[in-house]
Design a protein around this ligand. Structure first.
Ligand code: NAD
Length: 494
């Protein structure tokens, strides 16, 4: 009998009002049923929002350093359970165990970073135009926040949203992706054990239409923080726009790594292998385009193809495996469709096939795949595939490489390998992206730097760093007049 997991509303673990459950299966072996999860609806969302509203006053009035102490405890609980959560996460979404350990570590880092903010949350004090008058600004909580997350970083992304929301004094309703609900249960269990009061963190499982849309449209939810595809982000943006609801969007990417002729080619090779095929290419920051300076193109491509063919694909719980399956059948179908498109547009030089033989027969595996001689405007160079498919494009010189890199509607992460400091700084200045790595791959963000992108990757917000506090708090400006007279600002004085 598979384990039944529950929603968490107002501190109580309970099934959905419908009494129905959905299955969560291991993408490396679909015979392995990870668990059954509540199939929730707008009724469960209403209850969760009510619980979050009821808990809000007591939580916002809890001193921020005290809220921080709870987050420190939560970080330590996640440290103690890192291995257990990582193994469960690999089972439910497929990425290799080294990466799921890293995903949990990101949650731990975020807990400690957000906890420290409990003693900062800085505002400004400013001079004002009159004597005996004082000006300052403080951060206030927003209210109930709806957090909607994707499946590719079940712990990192949920904590990037939840912990800053909590330290600012907000209460939250988390709706995790239905491919990774178990990791979310582990996070909420840890939060409650750490001392987060009942109703401050609520968890409602279910689909985008069954739970996501009701959460976005709920009048009691003041803010939506969403990470996922651009198509869904656009839909949520329209719904929030109509309701003048505060909204932070972290969406897709079509990230590129540039390799110039003067680069350390061995280093650049390690970078692109990790960036393109880590998490089976299912990272928002994955390297899906490789832009090669023409003089080194043939040599680099030969090295890359040789290494890509040797990547060990399999069940991510096996420590020797380097790449796991796609997250589900639909995601593998999408990859196969793009491979067919790629074959009609350019030259297949590695991979190109699903893997369904022997020990891989019951999972959603696919070969690491590389296309060469790809036109910058080709569909596989423009559209987010979210799988282990790399499009290699040639560039005449640095200007051409940057132009190609900038030539998509996305702008999340980017990378350049060069030993020329002038070229590096020109790239840093001219690349249109939220993140630029020099001599590092497009993946590998740390919590103390802002995370997010430009153009269709988002709507101008950033997660992580202190910049995330701007999403989860409202500014209040305060003027204190201790003159005992009416002092009129912005009026010509007699
Ligand atoms: P998705 O957009 O399909 O789903 C994301 C979440 O939204 C899920 O919880 C889903 O159930 C929910 N949802 C779906 N439709 C909804 C709707 N109409 N209203 C409200 N909620 C809805 O994305 P996914 O397949 O889970 O994740 C992959 C995508 O996420 C990729 O496009 C990737 O680039 C993006 N992503 C972006 C970042 C970033 O920080 N920029 C990070 C990770 C993933």
């Amino acid at each position: 009998m598979a384990e039944r997991y529950l929603n968490c509303i107002g501190g109580d673990w309970a099934p959905a009002e419908s009494g129905e459950f959905f299955e969560n299966r291991n993408p490396a072996d679909v015979n392995d049923l990870v668990g059954l999860f509540p199939k929730s609806s707008s009724v469960d969302v209403d209850r969760a929002v009510k619980a979050a509203e009821d808990a809000f006053d007591a939580w916002r009035l809890t001193p921020a350093p005290k809220r921080g102490e709870i987050l420190y405890r939560l970080g330590r609980i996640l440290q103690d359970r890192k291995e257990e959560i990582a193994r469960l996460m690999t089972r439910e979404m497929g990425k290799i165990i080294k990466e799921t350990r890293g995903d949990v570590q990101e949650g731990i880092d975020t807990a400690f970073y957000a906890a420290g903010e409990g003693r900062r949350l800085f505002g400004d004090t400013c001079p004002v135009e009159f004597r005996n008058k004082f000006g300052m600004s403080v951060r206030c909580p927003v209210g109930v926040c709806g957090l909607i997350t994707p499946w590719n970083f079940p712990m990192a992304i949920a904590t990037w949203k939840m912990f800053p929301a909590l330290i600012c004094g907000n209460t939250v309703v988390l709706k995790p992706a239905s491919d990774t609900p178990a990791s979310a249960v582990k996070l909420v269990e840890a939060a409650i054990e750490a001392g987060v009061p009942a109703g401050v963190v609520n968890l409602v499982h279910g689909t985008g239409s069954g739970v996501g849309i009701p959460l976005v449209e709920h009048p009691g939810v003041r803010l939506i923080s969403f990470t996922g595809s651009s198509a869904v982000g656009r839909d949520i943006g329209e719904r929030c726009g109509k309701r003048l609801k505060r909204l932070s969007l972290e969406l897709g990417g079509k990230n590129a790594q540039i390799v110039m002729a003067d680069a350390d080619l061995d280093l650049a090779l390690e970078g692109v292998l990790w960036g393109a095929f880590g998490t089976t290419g299912q990272r928002c920051t994955a390297t899906s385009r490789l832009i090669l300076h023409k003089p080194i193109k043939e040599a680099f491509l030969a090295m890359l193809v040789e290494r890509a063919k040797r990547i060990r694909v399999g069940n991510g719980l096996d420590e020797s495996v380097e790449m796991g399956p796609l997250v589900n059948e639909g995601q593998r179908r999408t990859v196969m469709e793009y491979v067919a498109i790629g074959k009609s547009e350019s030259r297949l030089v590695a991979g190109g096939k699903p893997l369904a033989e022997g020990p891989l027969r019951d999972g959603w595996f696919h070969e690491p795949t590389i296309f060469a001689d790809v036109a910058p405007s080709a569909r596989i160079a423009q559209e987010e595939i979210f799988g282990p498919v790399l499009a290699v494009i040639d560039a005449e010189d640095l200007d051409d490489a940057i132009r190609i890199l900038n030539g998509t509607r996305y702008g999340l992460s980017s990378s350049i390998y060069t030993r020329d400091v002038n070229a590096a700084f020109k790239a840093i200045r001219d690349i249109e992206a939220g993140i630029t790595y020099v001599n590092g791959p497009t993946i590998g963000a740390e919590v103390q730097l802002p995370f997010g992108g430009v153009k269709d990757t988002g709507n101008g917000h950033r997660e992580a760093s202190h910049t995330v506090l701007d999403t989860f708090s409202e500014w209040k400006s305060i003027y204190v007049d201790f003159s005992g007279t009416l002092q009129k600002a912005q009026i010509d004085q007699d």
